[in-house]
Write a protein that binds this ligand. Structure first.
Ligand SMILES: [Zn+2]
Length: 100
């Protein structure tokens, strides 16, 4: 199964489907009777993929170039955090320049 990456909060996993439009507008449309029917049908037929964490619709496939880049950056950040936690020596940009 395909996994998705949220470009906003970096959530990795499956998406959630959410109806377009708003419930408030739907209630108003039903109060103006004939408008409620097409609006409700439109909402039922048009669902968008959103992030389960932040509800952003800016999801990319983890197989896409952007998805891979986000996952690589997350791996690099995690490795740096683990290295800092274990007090492993990490190279600063200055030391790296000296060695080149
Ligand atoms: Zn998100």
């Amino acid at each position: 199964m395909d996994e998705y990456v949220c470009t906003q909060c970096h959530y990795v996993g499956q998406f959630k489907r959410k109806k377009r439009g708003s419930t408030k507008t739907e209630v108003i449309a039903w109060l103006l009777f004939p408008l409620g029917i097409p609006y409700s049908l439109w909402r039922m037929c048009n669902k968008i993929k959103v992030c389960p964490d932040c509800e952003s619709d800016l999801l990319v496939s983890s197989d896409s170039a952007l998805g891979k880049r986000i996952l690589d950056n997350m791996d690099a950040e995690l490795t740096a955090k683990l290295a800092a936690k274990q007090h492993l020596p990490t190279r600063t940009p200055r030391e790296t320049q000296k060695n080149i």
